[in-house]
Every structure is written in structure tokens, then in C-alpha cells.
Design a protein around this ligand. Structure first.
Ligand code: 13P
Ligand code: SF4
Length: 305
């Protein structure tokens, strides 16, 4: 059944001169059919470099918006228009404007998990892969406002020692991972390396060996540093980890760490997306031009890991 759908997607892709990009948290079958899977930074770079006419973005709204801003001449499609990111919705452009008024001298760094309007109000954008490097690149005397993820922001503050004002946003899926989960997994797999995403809470991160973006997790697993890994992030990444390292063992820290929005994309919706050219993501030029400045800075600053 899936094979038939996949063949259909291949035909439609050719007809539309389309490329399929999928985030590491997508359902396994979507990751398997994508031309490129990756973390938010890798996907943004791919979106800015592709020569396809159409980008089908299998992810959530802020990712498709980012692709549309970075590739203004392409058609960017999100197969499910209701695939949003609750964290991105935790700050509005009005709230950020208010925060900027309260700290007029500060620089604003926004996590890519934010709306295009929020990016347009920001000086720099970053992903979990390069947030530390982005903040390190800023003049040392400048105060930093970091939105919307308090946990990634806290991680950056600790790594850089910078004066960072945090916004109280968080990922509704990563907060399901608890210290009890990590301790139980460590007791069962004492030799395992714990890889956690910086979106996890601070007590969870304190128990981890490595704090990494999803693609950085894939890179470390491939380096042969251990046989077993406890994975403290959204469980979708386990699909690629297993596929790329069939001899290694990957233990999800919590089976509850699932992002329902990432799982809204299905093969049928990818077909409908290419057939109907839906749902096209477009933005007002005034927003897009300003947001692009912050995003261009993000894709220029590469992570050191
Ligand atoms: P990365 O894949 O960039 O680590 O992002 C995690 C995430 O939450 C995306 O929504
Ligand atoms: Fe947003 Fe968290 Fe889902 Fe990523 S995993 S899209 S941060 S809710």
C-alpha cells in the first residue's frame, strides 16, 4: 500500500520539480521518502540552496515559513496547515515589541521556533545547533533578549556567561521528559551515553552527557563512542538513529515525548499537497524582508559541533 503511495509521490515530485524536506521528528515513512532530513539549521540551509521550483516541507509551520523567507522565488508547501508549534505561539510580535521597549539597548535573539512576525522584530535568529555560537558572536557589552524558549536560552546563558533575559516559553513535548525517566534509564543501561536536546528542562539536562540538536545527535552516534544511547528528545529521531546505526541501541528517555504536530503529516497529505499545490506558505513582503535579515545571520553562523 505504502509503495503505491510512494510511487505516486515520486511521479508528482517530478511533475512539480519538487524537493521534499523532512524534520528528524517526522513519522518514519515521511523521513524515508524525503530527499533530505535534518535539524532546523540543516533544513534551512537546504531550503536556501535547492534549485527545485517547489519545496514540500514536512515539518511545522515555522519551518515552512523559514523556507519561504529564505527562498522567496520558490513555492513552499506545508502538507498540513494545522501543523503548528505551541512554543512558537508562546510569544507574539506585540509582546516582543513591549519587551524591546523595556530593554531598548538589548539585542534580540529569537529561536527559529517562532513566527515570521517575531523574527521580523529580532536582530538574530538561531537554532539549537548554533544558538551558543550566535550569542558568542554578539558584542560582549550588549544585553541579550532570548525568545521564546527559556530552556534553550538558559543553556546558552550557561555556556556563554552572558547577561540574557529569558522569555518563559517552552516545548510542550520536551517537558514530558523527567529526571525520573533519565535516572530509570541510566539504572537499566549504565553504559549508555545520555544525549538530551537543549529544549529539555534544566534538571533533565544536568543528568545528560551531551546537549545536542537532533542532527548533532545523529553525528555523535555515528562516531562509535558507545553501543547504547539514551535519547532525551522527541522520539521521531530514533527512526533515523536506528536506520543509520543498525548495530547500536537507542533508548527513548520517555515514550511520552511525542510532538503531535510533527505527526500530522501523512503520505496521503503529501500527495494532496503536490496534487493541489497546498498549503502554500506566503508572507507579507514587509515581514519577510525584515525576518530574512535575522535568518541570513542564522545560516551564516555554523555550529562548532
Ligand atoms: P532541531 O532539530 O533543530 O534540534 O529542533 C528541535 C525542534 O524542536 C524542532 O521543532
Ligand atoms: Fe514545537 Fe516542541 Fe513540536 Fe518542536 S517538538 S515543533 S518545539 S512543540
Amino acid at each position: 500500500m505504502n509503495e503505491k503511495l510512494i510511487r505516486k509521490i515520486e511521479q508528482l515530485k517530478e511533475r512539480r520539480n519538487a524537493v521534499i524536506l523532512a524534520h528528524n521528528y517526522q513519522p518514519g515513512e515521511i523521513q524515508d521518502l524525503a530527499d533530505f532530513t535534518g535539524d532546523s539549521l540543516g533544513l534551512s540551509i537546504k531550503a536556501s540552496q535547492t534549485d527545485a521550483d517547489t519545496i514540500v516541507f514536512c515539518g511545522v509551520l515555522f519551518m515552512a515559513e523559514t523556507a519561504a523567507i529564505l527562498s522567496p522565488d520558490k513555492t513552499v508547501l506545508l502538507p498540513e496547515i494545522n501543523a503548528g508549534c505551541p512554543m512558537a505561539d508562546m510569544i507574539t510580535a506585540d509582546q516582543l515589541r513591549q519587551l524591546k521597549q523595556e530593554h531598548p539597548e538589548a539585542l534580540v535573539v529569537c529561536y527559529v521556533n517562532s513566527s515570521a512576525e517575531v523574527k521580523a522584530e529580532s536582530d538574530y535568529c538561531c537554532t539549537s545547533a548554533n544558538a551558543v555560537e550566535v550569542v558568542r558572536s554578539l558584542p560582549e557589552d550588549k544585553q541579550v533578549l532570548f525568545v521564546p524558549d527559556q530552556h534553550l536560552g538558559q543553556f546558552v546563558a550557561e555556556k556563554t556567561g552572558r547577561d540574557i533575559t529569558l522569555w518563559p516559553g517552552y516545548c510542550t513535548s520536551h517537558v514530558f521528559i523527567t529526571t525520573d525517566d533519565i535516572q530509570a534509564a541510566k539504572a537499566k543501561y549504565p553504559e549508555a551515553i545520555v544525549m538530551a536536546h537543549p529544549e529539555c528542562t534544566e534538571p533533565v539536562k544536568a543528568l545528560a552527557d551531551e546537549l545536542l540538536s537532533t542532527s548533532q545527535m545523529l553525528k555523535l552516534a555515528a562516531q562509535g563512542v558507545a553501543r547504547q544511547f539514551i535519547i532525551a528528545t522527541e522520539t521521531g529521531i530514533i527512526h533515523s538513529l536506528k536506520k543509520q546505526n543498525p548495530d547500536l541501541e537507542f533508548i527513548p528517555a520517555s515514550h511520552r515525548a511525542i510532538c503531535p504536530n510533527m505527526k500530522k503529516i501523512t503520505l496521503d497529505k503529501v500527495i494532496a499537497s503536490l496534487e493541489e499545490m497546498q498549503y502554500e506558505i506566503t508572507l507579507p513582503e514587509a515581514i519577510s524582508t525584515r525576518a530574512k535579515k535575522a535568518l541570513d545571520r542564522m545560516v551564516e553562523i555554523l555550529p562548532t559541533k
